[in-house]
Ligand binder design. Sequence first.
Ligand SMILES: C[S@@+](CC[C@H](N)C(=O)[O-])C[C@H]1O[C@@H](n2cnc3c(N)ncnc32)[C@H](O)[C@@H]1O
Length: 199
Amino acid sequence: MIWDEAIDRWGLDEQGPLLDPVAVFGRESELVIEIGSGDGRATGEMAQAEPGRDLIAIDVHTPGIARLLEVIEVEHLSNLRVVHGDAMSFLGRCPDGICARVRVFFPDPWPKRKQQHRRLFAGGRLDEILRVIAPGGTLHVATDIAEYATWLERLCGARPDLVGGRIPRDPARPLTKFEENGRAAGRDIHEMLYGLRKA
Ligand SMILES: C[S@@+](CC[C@H](N)C(=O)[O-])C[C@H]1O[C@@H](n2cnc3c(N)ncnc32)[C@H](O)[C@@H]1O
């Protein structure tokens, strides 16, 4: 696979005009945005398992995006696009309520108190993430860090526009690399699903 050609075909620019998913995917369908697709293995499996949904996977991690580009080409996946860049910057291209689901699996935990402001959902970034979810849509998060789960639960629990909380591990969700690492280290998996209330 030649990166330049593949990213031109299947990549979306981190910055640019407002995104029109129908123009990107050539159809009306349920849009899923995954933030932090990592090595891309689970993302590729989800795209194959969900042909009726369109997925946008975002990560700064070059080898993981390269792997996804290869999966798209080899498996002829028409429902997956990648963003090689910063998710928060890309969300700036997304109109309000553009997607039905945002998925964040095993976000960087930034465990030290002084680092917590870097967490994906910290510093008002939860607002921006929720902005792109349509009413009735969902935010699905999994983590192997118990303190992170409690922290996020508190953040989401304080929002009147969200319903939901912890769920058992979703059997439809493929194992991710970081989940595997967490399990190998003996950590439990904490999974949360929040729905955005309809106005
Ligand atoms: C701990 S890894 C988890 C990867 C994968 N979801 C898994 O479970 O194996 C977190 C990923 O989020 C990505 N990431 C963190 N902040 C990001 C951001 N603002 N924009 C895009 N990717 C981000 C990192 O590059 C990393 O690949």
